[in-house]
Design a protein around this ligand. Structure first.
Ligand code: GKR
Ligand code: MG
Length: 430
């Protein structure tokens, strides 16, 4: 083993990142959201970085894994999974087998949480390995097949500001078709995005249909998507599909569960995409067998990193299912990782999602810039990003000083600050 590539130290830094008041079917984003930054330092002093969810359920297995990693090589990526299974067994997350607290990301079980944790270590190892050899991460994944990756504008219904004191950003509210179109216009003008996804499940379906129709009028011929995170019944999903069939590129998770998705898919020609009903390998066979989804929105956090994302791409290709990428609130490290892996997947036929433009804070020195709706794939060693230590320290201090209010993502709790009677809606909501 090349001893220079042996891990000497692992640093975990939980942080709180500011987040705007973006609405979804469960509630609204809190003013701060937790993320975890992982650094692996090799014997020759090379540091690789990764990023993942930062809620408590992720921190515990991350700490267990960080403890046992020193002494292993950054090249031993397959070994990471076995190690994680071994050391995370019996942790708090192992007992957790239920739908995600936010209800927005599908099943949440110990295995999926563990993979989301491992993903950050895998990315950090790849970053370190790439830096040590002067190779970009995409080269370690087999090489890029494109020089830039297309992203879509991720539109949200939103308030102008979070309830209570605090500063508002300059986006203003978007609560009706005109507000959604204005938001889309700014995304298109600033970043050049050519396709648009609206996070739905917030208002009555007809109101959201009107917003998508307004987008279609404002941006004729552009790919449009609507994602209510499983908030609709099968008949409502079919109704919306019928209303929007001439303008939708795809409908994303209109209803919850494979059975419902299969029923919707059987009743419409509008393709269905998901980041909720196929988020683990165990969910693949039934969903593909029943033709419940036509596009899987992969997320390298869920699937255990960049190599596993490529494995998923191979499975999708085999079954003639499309692949694109899901996004949750994330920073520049994860966006770099997404871009590297997306650059290596030959048949990526859809613009990927990214929340990134909503994040005004970051932990890297140079923020990514979308041009023409695309990100250039970096050829610099590793991920091609550098940690901004001062920012990292400041965001970690915020996490340390938090009294626990924001250390767990809780969109329903955030909504209750505006509407004390709010309870997480049962699905189907409509
Ligand atoms: O951040 O409100 C949100 C999104 O709804 C997110 O949690 C989802 O996981 O963006 C995601 C999606 O496409 O479903
Ligand atoms: Mg989605």
């Amino acid at each position: 083993m090349n001893t220079a590539l042996v891990i000497e130290d692992v640093r975990l830094t939980p942080i709180l990142v500011s987040d705007p008041p973006l609405l979804n079917t469960q509630g609204v984003h809190q003013p701060y959201t937790p993320r975890l930054i992982v650094e692996v330092v090799t014997r020759d002093g090379t540091t690789g970085v990764g990023e993942t969810y930062g809620d408590g359920a992720y921190l515990e297995p991350a700490r267990s894994l960080a403890e046992v990693l020193p002494g292993r090589a950054v090249t031993d990526l397959n070994g990471l999974f076995a190690l994680a299974d071994e050391v995370c067994e019996g942790s708090h997350a192992a007992a957790d087998d239920r739908v995600d607290a936010g209800g927005l990301r599908g099943v949440r079980n110990a295995g999926k949480i563990r993979l989301s944790v491992v993903s950050a270590f895998e990315v950090a190892c790849l970053d370190a390995l790439g830096k040590a050899h002067g190779l970009p991460v995409h080269a370690l994944l087999g090489g890029k097949v494109r020089d830039s990756v297309e992203y879509s504008a991720y539109l949200f219904y939103r308030w102008a500001a979070h309830p209570g004191p605090g500063e508002a950003d300059d986006w203003g509210a978007a609560l009706d078709p005109a507000g959604v179109v204005a938001q889309a216009r700014r995304f298109a003008d600033t970043y050049g995005f050519g396709s648009f996804k609206l996070k739905g499940g917030v208002f009555e379906p007809d109101r959201e249909v009107a917003a998508v129709r307004a987008l279609a009028e404002a941006f004729p011929g552009r790919p449009l998507r609507l994602d209510p995170n499983g908030a609709w019944s099968v008949p409502t999903s079919l109704y919306v599909a019928e209303q929007l069939k001439d303008v939708l590129e795809y409908l994303e998770d209109p209803t919850s569960g494979t059975e419902g998705m299969a029923a919707v898919a059987a009743g419409t020609d509008v393709p269905l995409a998901t980041n909720m009903c196929v988020t683990t390998l165990a969910e693949v066979p039934e969903a593909f067998d029943r033709d419940a989804v036509q596009i899987v929105l992969s997320d390298h956090h869920y699937w255990g990193g960049l190599h596993r994302t490529r494995e998923l791409a191979g499975i999708c290709r085999t079954f003639g299912v499309g692949l694109s990428m899901h996004s949750n609130t994330h920073l520049g490290i994860s966006l770099a990782a997404m871009t590297h892996v997306a650059a290596t997947v030959p048949d990526l036929a859809y613009a990927c999602d990214s929340h990134y433009p909503w994040q005004s804070e970051d932990v890297i020195t140079e923020r990514h810039t979308f041009t023409g709706g695309r990100l250039t794939v970096s050829d610099a060693p590793g991920l091609g990003v550098d940690l901004d230590r001062d920012r990292l320290t400041a965001l970690h201090r915020r996490w340390l000083e938090d009294d626990g209010t924001y250390r767990e993502r809780d969109d329903a709790a955030a909504m209750r600050r505006a509407d004390p009677d709010w309870t997480t809606p049962a699905v189907p909501r409509w």
